[in-house]
Design a protein around this ligand. Sequence first.
Ligand code: PBG
Length: 333
Amino acid sequence: MTVYGSFPGARPRRLRVSPAVRRMVAETRLHPADLILPAFVREGASEPVPLAAMPGVVQHSLDTLRKAAVEAVEAGVSGIMLFGVPDDAKKDAVGTAGTDPAGILQIALRAVRDEVGDELVVMSDLCLDEYTDHGHCGVLDAEGRVDNDATLERYAEMAQVQADAGAHMVGASGMMDGQVGVVRDALDTIGREDVSILAYTAKYSSAFYGPFREAVGSSLKGDRKTYQQDPANAREALRELALDLEEGADIVMVKPAGPYLDILAAIAAEVAVPVSAYQISGEYAMVEAAAERGWIDRDAAIMETLTGIKRAGASTILTYWATEVAQKLRAAR
Ligand code: PBG
């Protein structure tokens, strides 16, 4: 046998030689408790409504939402993030349904707490876009611009109403300046120091939210570029991080996940609080669509995306595949 020079000098392939060795040396392991299930619940629905752009995801009825919550518990998922889908007729300029104790999200929070108690961390989306007729995450001023400080007042009220309805944790997702501090104060004012805040710290203005807009029946015209971050910027995420921590964020999140793994890694390297990532609707849709056409191996692709997100530094991941993946992880050794 001819050996050319002295290479290879080392053989990293030895540690890839069999499933057993690969399993032994794997640096990143997914666990069911890493996963949080986002779920939509539609006002007045008696049957779940499938979403065309998110095959396998539905707008739940209260009944199927309860079942989904129980399934998530059984699979070992650690949390559920609820999004309300109100009747179109209930939407208005200030998102009144979002602060109505009888609004769909509040009803859903009560139903899920009633069903699973403290077995899941029950979380609520704290944002106005599901409830406004213009589809923006805040209220508008006379010129039609999103009014930051007027919106904060609405968020404060939302936080209190969601806590009253049973949220263990609120997800401040609107990207208004000062939102975490205002929500913290609002909760503390009503004696709910126990309710924690998941801050959407680095939330980018992303094309991958597309299917979500169908999921919540959003009527947004235009875009969210005056409040969500520009995909071109990384430093800005560190500034948002510093502010959120100062304002009292308990967990910080990066969203979307896949296209922003650099941001996730940078934040995870810096903080002493848990870091979450949201694998959003468009990331879900891409994999499902390609798999449906037979272009990729669906299950392997799902695991790879989640492993990548965890490897980049996420302690928890919001994903529409949470229950399915948790079940698979449980079945695997
Ligand atoms: C805001 C919110 C959005 C998502 C979660 N919370 C939409 C947006 O900011 O436009 C998107 C989630 C997804 O796309 O899966 N209420």
